[in-house]
Design a protein around this ligand. Structure first.
Ligand SMILES: *Cc1c(COP(=O)(O)O)cnc(C)c1O
Length: 392
């Protein structure tokens, strides 16, 4: 029996408004392990929708590692990290992540969202200032708000505007924060120039490498390694549920910063440690990332095939050299209609709408994975060619 209550009426009206504006979100219920070949809501679909950039989420090596780790460690950590939940597996992963990223120390978190809402409140407070790219991920916005520092947002990758904000600021402590690869655009932040501004204005630089870790740089060491940057001002956040194929995240920085996070980062301290079997599985994922040049080369070939395949068509790919290849549409309802038309042809390409992206910039977010084949990308291109007359 439905629980009727007058308090529901306002929510129901708001849900109806979202629906009318083509903004209501729905689960797609998946019946297969993460893979380009999906069975979603009972329909067989070729999906361009995951962040599993290297195809590790369902890799036999990681399934075997997870099975062995479950036998060794059981399934639950039983407590938070600073009580009794921090195992040798967690410690070994933290140390491996520090070595892999080239930082003095690293600390594992349960998710990237939690890592991002941990760092800024730990380092900054009232009287301090944060300078954030306007297209940063929602978790970075939330982290900045939670810190209570003044939040200055600069236009996307606009270093002139950022420089002006930094030079006008009289805050005690400053922090610049950016996505490395922008999650809904696929472009890469000008990291060397951001670090130069951080040096000039005595600010921290926090880089969210959710979409670069595992994919960019030598051996997949990430966007900072690709740019050849290292500095005591740098704080790196990377996620382990995207290219690494498992779940979790980490912050890598100087030993001092990591020691401070261990004392003060509330989303680290007041939550149950992740299952140690995941930490052990992630060590194997790091090994696969390090030896993953063939996976990364295959991904690069797919990116090149998609951009070549859509060149000269009315479909407007945003400029991106990464696995995130969005097609800008604009209108919410049209974006949804195109996504539905693709689905009628057996393809799942998500329609990304506000508030995930700014008003008027709804898009199809094509994401490519080393698990895709050249034929998969050719099929996407030919279906888009066929639909161009109706929609583009
Ligand atoms: C996915 C993502 C996160 C959140 O990471 P989770 O591990 O999924 O919580 C943070 N930042 C960016 C840029 C992301 O794309």
């Amino acid at each position: 029996m439905p629980l009727e209550h007058p308090a529901h009426e306002a929510l129901q009206a708001q849900l109806a408004e979202l629906d009318a504006a083509s903004l209501k979100r729905q689960h797609r219920i998946q019946a297969h392990a993460c893979s380009p070949a999906t069975l979603a809501d009972g329909k067989s679909l070729l999906a361009f929708a995951s962040n599993d950039y290297l195809g590790l989420a369902n890799a036999p090596e990681l399934i075997a590692a997870a099975q062995a780790a479950a036998a060794r460690w059981g399934v639950g950590a039983g407590a938070s990290h600073l009580v009794s939940g921090h195992t040798e597996a967690h410690q070994a992963l933290d140390e491996a992540l520090a070595r892999f990223t080239g930082f003095e120390a690293a600390l594992g978190f349960a998710t990237g969202y939690l890592a991002n809402i941990a760092v800024m409140p730990a380092l900054l407070g009232r009287g301090d200032a944060i300078f954030a790219d306007r297209l940063n991920h929602a978790s970075l916005v939330d982290g900045a708000l939670l810190s209570r520092a003044e939040l200055n947002r600069y236009a996307h990758c606009d270093l002139t505007m950022l420089g002006a904000q930094l030079s006008a600021s009289r805050a005690r402590r400053k922090l610049i924060v950016t996505d490395s690869v922008f999650s809904m655009d696929g472009d890469v932040a000008p990291l060397a120039k951001l670090l130069a501004l951080a040096e000039q204005y005595d600010a921290w630089l926090l880089v969210d490498d959710a979409h670069g870790f595992g994919v960019l740089g030598p051996q997949g060491r990430g966007a900072l390694a690709e740019a050849g940057l290292s500095s005591g001002r740098l704080i790196l956040m990377g996620t382990l549920g995207k290219a690494a194929g498992v779940a979790g995240a980490f912050v890598a920085a100087s030993r001092t910063v990591i020691d401070w996070l261990l004392q003060t980062a509330r989303p680290y301290i007041f939550t149950t440690a992740t299952p140690p079997m995941l930490a052990a599985t992630l060590q194997e994922a790091l090994t696969l990332i390090a030896v993953g040049d063939e996976r990364r080369a295959h991904l690069q070939r797919l990116i090149a095939a998609l951009t070549a395949g859509l060149a000269g068509t009315p479909w407007q790919l945003l400029p991106s050299r990464t696995a995130i290849q969005p097609i800008l549409i604009g209108d919410n309802a049209r974006t949804l209609a195109i996504s539905q038309a693709l689905e009628a042809h057996g393809l799942h390409v998500p329609a990304i709408r506000p508030p995930t992206v700014p008003q008027g910039t709804a898009r199809l977010r094509v994401s490519l994975s080393a698990a895709h084949t050249a034929e998969d990308v050719a099929r996407l291109c030919s279906t888009l060619h066929d639909l161009a007359q109706d929609f583009a």
